[in-house]
Design a binder for this molecule. Sequence first.
Ligand SMILES: *[C@@H]1O[C@H](CO)[C@@H](O)[C@H](O)[C@H]1NC(C)=O
Ligand SMILES: *[C@@H]1O[C@H](CO)[C@@H](O)[C@H](O)[C@H]1NC(C)=O
Length: 223
Amino acid sequence: MASFGSATKVISFLAIILLSLTNSSISESTYPTPTPWPPQFHSIMIYNTSGTLQINSLWYDYPKGRNFNIIQRQLGDHVYDLEWNNGTSFIYTLDANKKCQTLKFDVGILTPDFLHGAHYLGQRTMDGFLCNVWEKVDFIWYYEDVVTKRPVHWTFYNGMEGHLMTFEVGAVLEDAKWQAPVYCFESGEQADDSSQLNSIVDNSGPAEDLFKRKMLIQRLKEV
Ligand SMILES: *[C@@H]1O[C@H](CO)[C@@H](O)[C@H](O)[C@H]1NC(C)=O
Ligand SMILES: *[C@@H]1O[C@H](CO)[C@@H](O)[C@H](O)[C@H]1NC(C)=O
């Protein structure tokens, strides 16, 4: 009886150890991870960069290797920022000024799993939604709704804050809308190398934003 009792004790002791080991390995491996982006979506976003506001209509289309930000600056220009996975980006207006800037980068668009390996920071309320929060390479802070797993908000290292107002999974912009205007291809238009961007960055908001996003993508891919 005595030996039976001590065997029971040993077993329950082992069980407790095993249980605590299992618990600790469970809690380590069950940190939430960011939900990969759907291959295609449309989001209307409000960006606030140090008090300067713009609305972005973001069309993400990974299967077709393209990403489009149609930007409305508050009481200002409509700017089209069209990025291809081959590294070419076109930034243009469709008004009488016929401005177009062609930029060439070493990296293409974000992959759906670009947040892989991000550092989990816990839960916070953002824009009124309880979110899981991750940070990656000190460039992006990403907020995802705990319940629906939809992105709610992201902040870039430069203080640019994006609030997602809609998130339409599977929405695709028709092909014709992805055609940069003819003046982007007229002779004399040359793709600027990203290493020579400094003067452009000084003069142009959208190019600066794009440059920073590309820097981000570059960094995200290096990790
Ligand atoms: C934009 O961000 C600034 C802080 O950078 C804040 O003071 C301001 O209230 C924000 N504006 C809006 C409309 O959210
Ligand atoms: C990248 O793809 C776009 C869209 O097909 C095209 O207009 C552009 O010329 C391409 N760039 C290069 C460097 O091939």
